[in-house]
Design a protein around this ligand. Structure first.
Ligand SMILES: Cc1ncc(COP(=O)(O)O)c(C=O)c1O
Length: 227
């Protein structure tokens, strides 16, 4: 499908068919396509140079707005895509702990780089293995093989299973100076947030002393934050 133009919530393909855009760039277009304020701001920025290898004042202004919207955002870093943001966050967490393991959930998408392209899409239940021993599935050929070793996968919405995977990973610490980084999840369904909180509290309790960072990856929109 080739898109010719978009305006607000509508898009038009090269044959002139019009659609309601339910994808909205997967979250990166909270104001819809070609919003006049956004187009105006892009125009204005382009006239004074829009890309520098240094910081600009507008980044500080946007960071301060984000801090007002997102509780607990003590520091803000910008990235061009969600994939890059996740890569940077995982690298930071690994650098901080010196440990490479990541825990993620089946079917959760966090971008397309190797470490998170493991069970990143919904797969038929039969291919996922037993909940006690989830099968790690590479979502692409050509992945760095270490991704399958370092990315631990747990079934979603199953606190007991996630706890089991956490315990297993923490047990590895005896033989292995590694710790996991907990990679966050999508909060789409009602009740998920409460479950996620329970899980993170459990992970924190289990990791007290070793202090692994929890990395939450979410393609947020203002609507999802309820503001
Ligand atoms: C939770 C989450 N993390 C990361 C990404 C990757 O973002 P991007 O497509 O901008 O690389 C997505 C994209 O849908 C996402 O939903």
């Amino acid at each position: 499908m080739f898109i010719r133009r978009g305006e607000g919530a509508r898009i038009e393909d090269e044959d002139g068919n019009r659609y309601l855009d339910w994808m909205m760039a997967y979250g990166a277009l909270p104001l819809g396509h070609a919003h006049p304020a956004v187009v105006g701001a892009i125009r204005e920025a382009a006239t004074s140079g829009a890309l520098f290898a240094a910081a600009t004042e507008v980044e500080v202004e946007v960071a301060e707005i984000l801090q007002k919207i997102i509780p607990g955002a003590e520091r803000v870093r910008f990235a061009s895509t969600g994939t890059e943001a996740v890569m940077a966050a995982v690298r930071l967490a690994r650098g901080f702990t010196g440990r490479p393991k990541i825990l993620k959930f089946e079917g959760h998408y966090h971008g397309w780089y190797d470490d998170v392209m493991v069970n990143a899409h919904p797969h038929p239940p039969a291919s996922l293995g037993h909940r006690n021993d989830p099968i790690r599935i590479a979502d692409s050929s050509g992945l760095n093989r270490r991704a399958l070793e370092d990315t631990i996968v747990a079934p979603w919405n199953d606190l007991a299973a996630a706890e089991r995977e956490l315990t297993r990973s923490v047990e590895l610490l005896d033989n292995d100076p590694f710790q996991l980084v907990l990679l966050g999840m999508t909060f789409e369904k009602k009740g998920d947030q409460a479950k996620a909180r329970e899980l993170f509290e459990k992970a924190f309790e289990m990791s007290t002393g070793s202090n692994p960072p929890n990395v939450h990856s979410r393609a947020f929109t203002r609507r999802k934050l309820g503001k």
